[in-house]
Ligand binder design. Structure first.
Ligand code: BEZ
Length: 228
């Protein structure tokens, strides 16, 4: 691979760029190894750094919850495999943080010393750093399509509540053909697709069965957390 290969920034709706990489859990072929699952692919600036350590411990602690949502976690940082192994061992053996201790990281952490994967995913943003990946979070659906992205600067740890909420909201949208309003949380009312004809708009305003219509284009309905 040439050093100066230029990659376009991935966008929502694009197929997740393919790669084969060495990780702390062996070699992975991405995204084919994850067909049928959601994946959260996230990047870190570097191993043995404090914000990254707090985030890694949090991701590892939440991994069972993400697995229950049919979602695999895959991390990346621009460091080598032995650095990754040493860092994960240190986390397990020494770091106690916010009630988390002896945290074992069982999801793959990609070695990306050449920055090839990071560049493919637009994780190297030179205004922030030309050698460290920003804190990117890619949500990739079971068909291998990028569905959402969140980028954070180096100085800012991610909000894991939001990462979990975003995943559940996209799964709910797919399963129930709805949209989710501002600050939606599981169990809150959801948005019914906007009326596509004058007849449906009129009907909704006159009957509103099972819905609350604030106007013809803005109707909500209950959706229980259990049905997500
Ligand atoms: C950190 O993870 O602590 C960190 C990494 C790069 C720059 C600043 C902070």
């Amino acid at each position: 691979m040439e050093q100066n290969t230029h990659y376009a920034m991935p966008r929502i709706g694009d197929k997740a760029p393919e790669f084969t990489a060495v990780t702390t859990q062996g070699t992975i072929n991405f995204p084919t190894d994850y067909a049928g699952k959601w994946v959260i692919l996230f990047s870190h600036p570097a191993d043995f750094t404090p914000v990254c350590t707090s985030e890694f411990m949090t991701f590892a602690t939440l991994q069972p919850e993400f697995e229950a949502l049919n979602c695999a976690l895959v991390g990346l940082s621009v460091d080598g495999l032995y650095s990754h192994i040493a860092w994960l061992r240190t986390i397990k053996e020494k770091i106690v943080y916010k009630g988390m201790s002896q945290v074992e990281v069982n999801f793959p952490l990609i070695e990306d010393i050449t920055m090839e994967v990071a560049k493919k995913y637009g994780m190297i943003q030179p205004g922030e750093s030309s050698t460290k990946a920003v804190r990117a979070v890619f949500f990739i659906d079971p068909a291998g399509t990028i569905r959402a992205m969140i980028y954070y600067p180096l100085s800012m740890g991610r909000n894991f509540d939001e990462i979990r909420r975003a995943l559940i909201a996209m799964q709910a949208a797919d399963k129930h053909s709805i949209a989710t309003p501002a600050d939606w949380r599981p169990g809150d009312d959801v948005i019914v697709p906007t009326a596509g004809s004058c007849g449906v708009a009129k009907d909704r305003m006159e009957h509103q069965e099972g819905m609350t219509c604030h106007d013809w284009f803005f109707c909500t309905k209950p959706l229980s957390a259990e049905s997500l």
